[in-house]
Design a protein around this ligand. Structure first.
Ligand code: ATP
Ligand code: MG
Length: 572
């Protein structure tokens, strides 16, 4: 393609609305444009990168035995009523009514539709296993669409669904998808990790998220430095330290005045203790009812763990505000403690290892010191409710844990029979018995993967595309489009590379060399060839690698074959 004919509206300035790098660079490099909040047009370069990811996804899904189909985007409300998700899904599901008064929605995911399709058309164990996928635009009315393609309302997803007759076969399918995802993200040229993920209230099954590693990621993942253990924060556990041989002597519970000291830091400083010697009492609203949570002073609540312990949906759990705290306990926030508290109390496991600690006294301006669990108060539910930290050890091997940032690009889930039971999707097994399908679902954020690739691969000048997903593999800069000899050489190389199946962009614009260099760096094409003065003078061209800036100088006849060789080897 010729640059002069393509719509590549690059920008010199960083648009102020873009907070993260991928969003900034996708806008600046002319890959996307915003239509409205969370809704983007994919311009030719943006679409080309997306298509590359799609193609890799498609090939690997098919290799793993899945079949491609395309389901409708508009879905009838009835089906969602049947699965029970019409009530549960909340405002992310964009609902509307058609001219006949039928309730409908835009598909945020397709479990209902695919289960309906399969229950109507597949009836025997002989037709199983069945693994179906599509690549399609999804709509989720996200509460905070942001970061460009990272969290859109409209975005492109690959979603796949499997149907198996037995648990054993379903587990095999899950493993095959796990491997396919490994191949997909490896082939995309990305550094990633598969991490164990929470299965929420569906329960009993397993799930992994595929995380592209990037400092700017929204998710924190926990990785063992010693073994293969990796999990997201919601799921991550830790190895409990061995119980001490001797319990320290319990000191006398003492009420102390702590005027105006409400925050952990202020209280501990005032009392001259560390945050590890204090238990904080936090009030949450779960399904709009107050519950108290006890936690070591320096620890943080993990809301999904807490929601699971309470048996409520994560979306229906929030921190209480000051008024709610007072209404629930009669105590201003900052002075709360478990002794004499009248609302349900849950505690994090860590407190069972603490003695003679400080807590709020349930009285304004007062705390207790030397409190002890069992002697001064009891807690019914004591379980892991907190975020793992780097002070914790690996639950598998006891090794050191490290926390890093990641971007969720894929998610696989063994669903079991939750949807097939709800929608009465059954088949006859080899004994002639009717059974619900055992299902799995497998998502990849295709458009998010392009954004994640940029978060991971960029420098101050722009994008550094991994070769497998770049919109073009080579850019030829014709530095003097008015010079016939130079233009002829640039065209000759362009034609040669195209004839060899290389994806090449020829910058034939009547622009200054400086702005051509800038645009080439910004767009991030892996190999750049300059055709300019050194060609007129010495007959030489320069190949420059975007990633490391290395240059090679060759003759016109050598340049084409050299690029073909480099690219074919890199993609082999
Ligand atoms: P998140 O936790 O980021 O909101 P999710 O867990 O709700 O995502 P899934 O239902 O697992 O997402 O969807 C499958 C994949 O689709 C995700 O792994 C992610 O890559 C992608 N995805 C989800 N929501 C968005 C979005 N709003 N914009 C772009 N991609 C998305
Ligand atoms: Mg997910």
């Amino acid at each position: 393609m010729r640059f002069s004919q393509l719509l590549i509206p690059t920008l010199k300035e960083t648009p102020s609305e873009a907070e993260v790098i991928s969003h900034q660079l996708l806008l600046r490099a002319g890959f996307i444009r915003k239509l409205s909040s969370g809704i983007y047009s994919y311009l030719p370069l943006g679409l080309a990168a997306i298509r590359k990811v799609e193609q890799i996804v498609r090939q690997e899904m098919v290799r793993a035995g899945a079949q491609e189909l395309l389901l409708p985007m508009v879905q009838p409300g009835d089906l969602w009523q049947e699965s029970g998700r019409w009530e549960k899904y909340g405002p992310e599901l964009l609902r509307f009514t058609d001219r006949h008064g039928r309730e409908s929605c835009l598909g945020p995911t397709h479990e209902e539709v695919i289960t309906d399709l399969v229950r109507m058309n597949v009836h025997s164990y002989r037709d199983l296993p069945l693994n179906l996928f599509q690549i399609q635009t999804k709509f989720r009315d996200e509460i905070r669409p942001r970061f460009g393609l990272m969290r859109g309302r409209e975005f492109i997803m690959k979603d796949g669904y499997s149907f198996d007759a037995t648990e054993e076969s379903a587990d095999k399918t899950y493993m095959a998808m796990h491997q396919a995802y490994h191949r997909i993200f490896t082939r995309c040229g990305l550094a990633f990790r598969a991490v164990e993920a929470d299965t929420g209230t569906i329960g009993g099954s397993f799930s992994h998220e595929f995380m592209v590693l990037a400092d700017t990621g929204e998710d924190t993942i926990v990785i063992c430095k010693n073994c293969e253990y990796a999990a997201n924060m919601e799921k991550a556990g830790y190895r409990e330290p061995a119980k001490p041989d001797t319990v320290p002597a319990l000191k006398e519970l003492t009420k102390v005045e702590t005027p105006g000291k409400r925050k952990v830091e202020a209280v501990t400083e005032f009392l001259g203790i560390s945050a590890k010697e204090l238990i904080k009492t936090m009030i949450f609203m779960a399904d709009e009812k107050p519950v108290a949570v006890l936690l070591r002073g320096d620890h943080e609540v993990q809301s999904v763990k807490l929601a699971n312990a309470l048996g409520v949906n994560d979306d229906n759990l929030r921190l209480a505000d000051d008024k709610e705290v007072f209404d629930a306990t009669g105590v201003p926030s900052g002075y709360l403690g478990p002794i004499g508290l009248k609302i349900p109390v849950l505690a994090d496991l860590e407190i069972t290892r603490m003695y003679n600690f400080a807590i709020g006294a349930n009285e304004k301006n007062h705390h207790f010191t030397n409190a002890n669990l069992g002697r001064d108060f009891e807690v019914k539910t004591i379980t892991d409710l907190r975020m793992v930290t780097e002070e914790d050890n690996c639950p598998k091997c006891g090794g050191a844990l490290s926390l890093t940032k990641g971007i969720e690009v894929g998610h696989i889930f063994k669903l079991g029979t939750s949807y097939s039971k709800a929608l009465k999707a059954t088949f006859l097994d080899n004994q002639g018995e009717e059974r619900p399908f055992i299902m799995g679902c497998y998502g990849i954020g295709v458009s998010r993967t392009v954004a994640a690739a940029i978060e991971q691969n960029h420098d101050k000048d722009g994008i550094i595309f991994p070769l497998p997903i770049t919109p073009f593999q080579v850019i030829i800069l014709n530095l003097s489009p008015k010079d016939e000899e130079i233009s002829a050489a640039a065209s000759k190389l362009y034609d040669y590379l195209r004839s060899e199946g290389i994806e090449v962009l020829l910058d034939d614009r009547d622009e200054r060399p400086g702005s051509k260099f800038k645009d080439a760096d910004l767009i991030g094409i892996p190999y750049r060839v300059m055709v300019g003065k050194s060609f007129s003078n010495e007959g030489m061209l320069e190949i420059r690698t975007r990633a490391d800036g290395k240059t090679t100088t060759l003759t016109l006849d050598e340049t084409g074959p050299e690029l073909v060789k480099i690219i074919k080897e890199a993609l082999a």
